[in-house]
Design a protein around this ligand. Sequence first.
Ligand code: ADP
Ligand code: NAG
Ligand code: NAG
Ligand code: NAG
Ligand code: NAG
Ligand code: NAG
Ligand code: MG
Length: 663
Amino acid sequence: MAKMFLPSLLLFGLAITTFSAGDDQFVFSGFKNSGLTLDGSAFITQGGLLDMSNGTNNVKGHAIYPTPVLLRNSSSGKVQSFSATIVFCIVGVYPGVNANGMAFFIAPSKNLSEALPTQYFGILKQEHNNNLLVVEIDTFQNPELQDINDNHIGIDISSVFPFQSYMAGFYEDSSGDFKNLTLNNGMKMQLWVEYEQELTRINVTLAPLHVGKPLKPLLSATYDLSKVLTETTYIGFSSTAELMNARHYVLGWSFGVNMQAPSIDISKLPKLPRVGSKPQSKLLAIILPIATAALIISIVTVIFLMVRRRQRYQEVREDWESEFGPHRFSFKDLFRATEGFKSKNLVGAGGFGMVYKGVLKLSKKEIAVKRMSHESTQGMKEFVTEIVSIGKLRHRNLVQLLGYCRRKGELILVYDYMSNGSLDKYIHREEGKPTLNWAQRFHVIKGIATSLLYLHEKWEKVVIHRDIKASNVLLDTEMNGRLGDFGLARLYDHGTDPQSTHMVGTMGYLAPELVRTGKASPQTDMYAFGMFLLEVACGQKPIKQNSEGKQIFLVDWVIENWNNRSLSKTVDIWLRGDYNTDEACLVLKIGLLCLHPFPCSRPCMRDVMQYFNGEIPLPELRTTQLSMDMQGLMQDNGFNTSVMSYPQLMPSFSAMSDLSGGR
Ligand SMILES: Nc1ncnc2c1ncn2[C@@H]1O[C@H](COP(=O)(O)OP(=O)(O)O)[C@@H](O)[C@H]1O
Ligand SMILES: *[C@@H]1O[C@H](CO)[C@@H](O)[C@H](O)[C@H]1NC(C)=O
Ligand SMILES: *[C@@H]1O[C@H](CO)[C@@H](O)[C@H](O)[C@H]1NC(C)=O
Ligand SMILES: *[C@@H]1O[C@H](CO)[C@@H](O)[C@H](O)[C@H]1NC(C)=O
Ligand SMILES: *[C@@H]1O[C@H](CO)[C@@H](O)[C@H](O)[C@H]1NC(C)=O
Ligand SMILES: *[C@@H]1O[C@H](CO)[C@@H](O)[C@H](O)[C@H]1NC(C)=O
Ligand SMILES: [Mg+2]
C-alpha cells in the first residue's frame, strides 16, 4: 500500500483500513477521525490527542485499531515480522507519585470488558490469559507482579508476570551508556516494538521523542509468537487509572507488517493540553509564594501589634475600684501623655519610682505621672481608698492628686505638674538652679506650714504626711511651696507585720520614736517638719559626710552653734548675710522645738502657726546637754535612761538674741 494512504484518509475524514494478508501498514499523527474503537475512559480530544485516562479513578480505557490485523502467513501459518512505533506521554498529576500505567497489546478480541479495571493493565482478567502480547509501560511497582521498580518497560506474554523487563531508559548510541528516563514526568517519548519472524525475536526500544531510535534495544526477548497469537488479532492501547493520578496520552502510532513501521511525522503531532495554563502558572509560581509570604508576615505583624498593644496598655482593675471610676486614668492616656514614658519626659526619680512630665491629650493639662512598682495587691484597696479620699483634699499649698492607674506590679499616681520642680534642687543648688532668697524661703516655709496644719487639723480626719522633706516640697509657677506625696509612705506601711515594720520615710527626717516603733503620728510629721525648717534655713542636708567620711548631723551642728551663741553661722552662706534675722531665728528655733526627741514635747502644727504669726511667744527651751548627739540618740533604736534626762535646755531662747546682732 502507498505510504500516503493514511494521511489522505485523514484528510477525507475516513479511517477504515483493513489488513489483508501480506504487507500492510498505517500511521497516525494524531487521532482525529482515526475511527479507533474506544471504550472506558479513553477518548480523543478536539485536538486529536488520544487520552487514555480521563481523570476518573478505578476505570480502564482501551483504544483499539478498528479492524483485525492478520499477522500470520496464510500459507505457513507463522506470525510474520511486524513493527509498531508509538509516541506517548504520561503526565503524573502528583509528580513522584506513581500508579498503574499503560500498555500496547495484541489481543484476540476487541471485547476486553472482563478485564480488571484496576490492575493487569486493563487487559487481563486473571494472572494468565491466553493469546496475549503486552508491552507494559508501567509506572507502578506491584511486588505481587515481581515488578522491578515503579518506572519500567516489560514484555508480557499471556501473563501479568513480565517475560522480560527493565527500568525505563535507553542506550546512547555514541557512548553506549544507559540513560534513565522517568516515564510519568510529562516527557514525550517514543516506543518501538518489533518482532522478527525468523529469529522469533521481540525487540522493545524506548527514547525521548526528539532522540532517534537507539541502535541497542532496551529489551530483546526470544519467543515464538506463533505459539501465542491467534489467527485474527487486534492491536491497541490500554490504560488503568486506579488512583487517577496520571494522564496517559498517545500522540501518534504507526504499524507495519513485514516491514518497518512508518515513521511518525513529529511536526503533525497534536499538542498536549496545558496543565493549569502554563505561562500564568509560571507567573503565579513566583507571585503566589511572595504574596503568601507577605500575607502571612502582615497577619503575624498585625497579631504581634495587637498583642503588644494589649500588653502595652494592659491594666489591673478590680471590682472594688468601680466606685473610684472618676479617679481612674487609663494607662493608654498616660502612655500618650508622656509620649510612652520617654526619658526626655523624666523629671525625677525618687525612692518610690520615676516621675514623668506629661500633657493630657484632651485637656492639654500638664501632669506629673509617678510610676511606682508595687508587687503585692495586699493593702491595695485600703491604699487606693485613702489616696482617692486624699485626692479630695483641696489646699493651695498641696500638690493636687488627680487620680491613679493600676497595672500588674505597678501603681501609677497622677498629680498636677509643678513647673518649678522641687525645693531641694534650689536649696542644694542642683541642676544649676539659682538659690532662693530669704523672702522666697520664708514664703515657702509658711506655705508648707499652712498645708500641714490643714492635713493635721483642718480636714475631717487627721492626715499624716509621713514623708516631709525638701524634695517633696514643690514649687508652682508663682514659687509657692506645695506639699506633695502625702500619704504615699502608707502604701509601703500597709499589711506589714507591726513587729518588723520597716522604716518608711526618709533618713534624717525620721523621729526617734518612729525608728523605734515604726508608728507614724502627727508628732513624727512635726519632727520631719523641724528638720525641713533647718534644711531650708541652713541650706544643708540633714545628714552629710565630712571629709573624713564621718556623718555630720545638721541638728547637732545647729545646737552646737547655738550653744556657742553663733547661730548666725548656721544660716545658709549662699544668702550672703542677706536675710531677715528675726525670721531666720524664728525658723531655726521652731525647727529645734520640733526636733525635740520627745514627741509630746514637740509643738503641734497649730502652735507652730501661732509662733509664726507672733500670736504666742516661743516657749523657753532649756537644755543641759546641748552638745548631745541627737541623731545618735535616734540611732540607738530607743532611749536609754541616761538619755532620759535630756533635754533640759540650759540657755533660754532669749539667749539667741545674739542672732539679731550677728551676721
Ligand atoms: N508634681 C510634680 N511636678 C513636678 N515635678 C515633680 C512632681 N512630683 C515629683 N516631681 C519631681 O520628681 C522627683 C522625684 O519625686 P519622688 O519620686 O517623689 O521622689 P522624692 O520625693 O523621694 O525625691 C522630685 O524630686 C521632683 O523633682
Ligand atoms: C508465506 O510463507 C511462504 C513460505 O513460508 C512464502 O513463500 C510467502 O511469500 C509468504 N507469504 C507472505 C504474504 O509473506
Ligand atoms: C471517564 O470515563 C468513565 C468510564 O467511561 C466514565 O464513567 C466517567 O464519567 C468519565 N469521566 C469523565 C470526567 O469524563
Ligand atoms: C463482551 O464479553 C462479555 C462476556 O464475555 C459479554 O457479556 C458481552 O456481551 C461482550 N460484549 C460485546 C460487545 O460483545
Ligand atoms: C537510574 O536509575 C537507577 C534506578 O532507579 C539508579 O540506581 C541510577 O542511579 C539512575 N542513574 C541515573 C544516571 O540517574
Ligand atoms: C533486536 O536487537 C538485537 C540486539 O539485541 C539486534 O541485533 C537486532 O538487529 C534487533 N532487531 C531489530 C529488528 O531491530
Ligand atoms: Mg516625692
